[in-house]
Design a protein around this ligand. Structure first.
Ligand SMILES: [Ca+2]
Length: 251
């Protein structure tokens, strides 16, 4: 094999590895994924949801860019069947929230209010973090709050999972609140909001990054893995560019 052929094989191998790593990270169970890298609020999931931006601005994130929120600032994703998570779900994100904001602050919420189809990972709720859903039985609909919160102006990873039977809420990859909750979430026809309830209240007093929604319950190990910046489309592209650069200089 000539030197040139060897290089061609190496390049093709790198291409295949990159494509595979992107597919593994962004499987179809990811129904929404905003990394903000590339300087825009765009959905990197296979569903390519449109993302409306009101007031919020791109700023520093946990990894690369994030989104800076606050009163009157929010993101809005139009209703779609892929966001009707009736039997299982997970929501995860990095948060940087300063003290002094509202007592309840929405992270990501489907529907504009407490109504059929609503689910919400509240970044701040009664001093803790909460995964709530309006259709769950009253005993567990909005009660699985973590004993500690995240309002210290540092980056924290928060995640809520539900498999149709148990709600689990994690902070920085550690399980902090767990509650049995057997039920179902109804199909809702409202939009999805980030950083606010319905663009009207529950403003998030800080920044968010690497926001993901899954249509299944992540395991504890998957939540931990989710904290790391793994192969996103943007990162894979930059890796590939670096590989090309290195190969060219050795040619
Ligand atoms: Ca980011």
């Amino acid at each position: 094999m000539t030197q040139k052929s060897k290089i061609t094989v190496l390049v093709l191998t790198l291409l295949i590895v990159n494509v595979l790593s992107v597919q593994a990270a962004l499987d179809d169970s990811v129904v929404l994924f905003l990394s903000f890298d590339g300087g825009e609020a765009a959905d990197h999931s296979s569903y390519n949801h449109a993302v409306g931006v009101t007031g919020a601005e791109i700023g520093a994130g946990k990894y690369g860019n994030g989104i800076v929120l606050g009163e009157g600032k929010f993101l809005e994703v139009p209703d779609d069947d892929s966001l009707d998570l009736t039997t299982a779900l997970s929501i995860s994100m990095w948060t940087k929230v300063a003290a002094g904001g509202e007592g309840t602050q929405s992270g990501l919420e489907k529907q504009p209010a407490w109504q059929a189809g609503e689910y919400n990972l509240a970044a701040v709720y009664g001093g803790g973090v909460l995964l709530q859903a309006a259709d769950w039985p009253a005993a567990c609909a909005d009660t699985n709050v973590t004993p500690e919160g995240i309002e210290d102006d540092n980056w924290h990873h928060i995640a809520g999972t539900w498999d149709g039977k148990v709600i689990k809420v994690y902070i920085d990859g550690v399980l902090k609140a767990e509650k049995d909750c057997v039920g179902e979430i109804k199909v809702g026809d409202g939009n999805l909001y980030i950083g606010s309830r319905g663009g009207k209240q529950r403003w998030l007093n800080g920044s968010l990054d690497e926001i993901k929604v899954f249509n299944r319950a992540l395991s504890a190990d998957e939540v931990k893995a989710d904290m790391a910046k793994t192969a996103t489309s943007v990162q894979a592209k930059s890796k590939l560019a670096i590989s090309w650069g290195k190969i060219k200089t050795t040619d």
